[in-house]
Write a protein that binds this ligand. Structure first.
Ligand code: MN
Length: 504
């Protein structure tokens, strides 16, 4: 489980009305309780779903949705209309709801009881039109929301409820999430810069800088005993060559990363931070760029962005929370260099140091090498090859006051040749739908060179996340054509113009 996983639950609110009488409403309550029990028992939704009493009036609806908004534990609200529930009753409540919403379009019975169906049955099981009345008002209000249709016992339907719950948790955590930047961003870089106030309005992220001197002071306070204990942890968790461990100077270099890890971890804990950035240009007073240290903190679930890239740090944290408990890994990533051999064209992804070992295909090895940039001492880092498999690269970019989430589905392959002289963690992948379309689509979209890379979550999670936040969303993946991507980008430009003219 990742560090600081929120203690969330999800509310399940069933809509009805008074017309039907007490017997029917009791049946509605029994059915919705059974549905909540079934969803919880399925084990696919990673947060407990809490049943709430059926709401049958505008007063009850606004009371429960205001309560969900006020309850810090509630990550979001699932709504379902067992019967008809006239939707003007929902306007007031939905207008004040500030938690992620899922319109769960299902019904209690899977099958129509062909031989016995009568009007009583029809009047009790009206989701087919009750949820359409409700969906009209959520559409008219322009609510950011998720929609899942299907029978509540169908594993695929439950899986999709789980996807929404993961995205909802990431959105809700973001509302109060804090991120720290050690130093500013890399000088002159465009895509890692941005409007932190706009981001806080959109996502809730509170992003603040500390001078690296604050970190230097903390590094000085770390005790030798704590450093030695952490080195023992490294020895258990990773492969370390005997030559390194028998070389006093190299061991001292390794201890610098351990000291950095202890200092940054303490800083993050005290400040309740969910992620951090570093910048190789801003290390005054530190002996090394955080390498191994950043990799290990990422593996625990902290977001990370290099070169001051706070948007990617926050995105990596959101992706790690969405991914929690799923097989695979999630990391900060950078498209580094290409192999451009026609049909074998591929991307080599890596960074100077900071790739999360959660994506490793084998046991990582600690190595120490010079860093050709930044002018600091040789940092220790974990070196490994990423596990092959289906993955996504996601990039959050800013266009003035709007944000775009660009997602490229990729296939991670094992490196076709060993790279014995490359002393960093590495991933090799081929973009979908093919190298050229994938890369050109990314370039048209203005996606960054920094991404969140994940083999745990897929486009679906990120699409729901974008829907709940009202982000522009561009998917470049299986079946996507360049024409589709460019048409979508043009449409988004038009929508942005309309929003700036009329208000969003
Ligand atoms: Mn970079």
């Amino acid at each position: 489980m990742i560090v600081h996983k929120p203690d969330f639950d999800i509310w399940f609110v069933t809509g009805s009305q008074h017309l039907y009488g007490a017997d029917t409403l009791e049946q509605v309550a029994r059915d919705s309780r059974a549905m909540v029990d079934g969803l919880n028992a399925a084990g696919t939704v990673p947060y407990p779903i809490v049943w709430k009493p059926t709401v049958t009036s505008a007063e009850e609806i606004s009371a429960v949705l205001e309560a969900a908004t006020a309850d810090a534990r509630s990550a979001g609200v699932i709504t379902w209309m067992h019967t008809f529930s006239p939707a003007k009753m929902w306007i007031r409540g939905l207008s004040v709801l500030k938690k992620p919403l899922l319109q769960f379009h299902t019904q209690y019975n899977r099958d129509i009881p062909w031989a016995s169906i009568d009007m009583d049955f029809m009047n009790l099981n009206q989701s087919a039109h009750g949820d359409r009345e409700y969906a009209h008002i959520t559409a008219r209000l322009g609510l950011k929301r998720g929609i899942v249709a299907g029978h509540w016992q169908d594993p695929e339907t439950v899986r999709r409820v789980g996807v929404w719950a993961r995205a909802a948790a990431a959105v809700t955590e973001g509302r109060s999430a804090r991120f720290v930047r050690f130093g500013d961003n890399m000088r002159d870089v465009a895509v890692t810069d941005g409007d932190k106030v706009a981001a806080q309005i959109r996502f809730g992220w509170s992003v603040n800088s500390y001078g690296v001197g604050e970190l230097v002071q903390r590094v000085a306070r770390v005790t030798s005993a704590d450093v030695d204990a952490l080195i023992d942890t490294y020895k258990r968790a990773y492969t370390i060559d005997a030559a390194l461990l028998s070389d006093g100077k190299q061991v001292e270099r390794l201890k610098v990363q351990a000291r950095l890890e202890l200092a940054i971890r303490a800083f993050l804990e005290e400040g309740r931070y969910r992620g951090f950035t570093t910048n190789f240009e801003d290390l005054y007073g530190l002996d090394q760029l955080p390498g191994l240290c950043a990799q290990r903190l990422m593996a625990d679930g902290y977001g990370f962005g290099a070169e001051g890239d706070w948007k990617t740090a926050a995105l990596v944290r959101a992706m790690k929370l969405m991914a929690d408990g799923l097989p695979g890994g999630t990391s900060f990533m950078e498209d580094y260099t290409y192999h451009l051999e026609r049909e074998k064209s591929a991307v080599l992804g890596s960074h100077m140091l900071e790739i999360c070992p959660s994506i490793a295909g084998g046991r990582p090895r600690i190595e120490i090498h010079p860093l050709g940039i930044g002018g600091k001492d040789d940092p220790a880092r974990l070196v490994f090859q990423a596990a092959p498999g289906e993955a996504v690269n996601a990039s959050l970019v800013e266009f003035g006051d709007r944000f775009r989430l660009v997602v490229n589905e990729v296939k991670a392959i094992g490196a076709p040749h060993s790279m014995p002289k490359l002393p960093v963690a590495q991933a090799v992948w081929i973009p979908y739908p093919d190298f050229t379309t994938g890369v050109e689509g990314w370039l048209w979209s203005g996606g960054a060179h920094h991404t969140g890379y994940s083999t745990q979550i897929c486009t679906e999670h990120l699409q729901v996340y974008a829907d709940l936040l009202g982000l522009e969303f561009v998917r470049i993946g299986k079946g996507t054509s360049l024409e589709q991507v460019r048409t979508q980008l043009a449409l988004q430009e038009l929508l942005a113009l309309r929003a700036s003219a009329f208000g969003s």
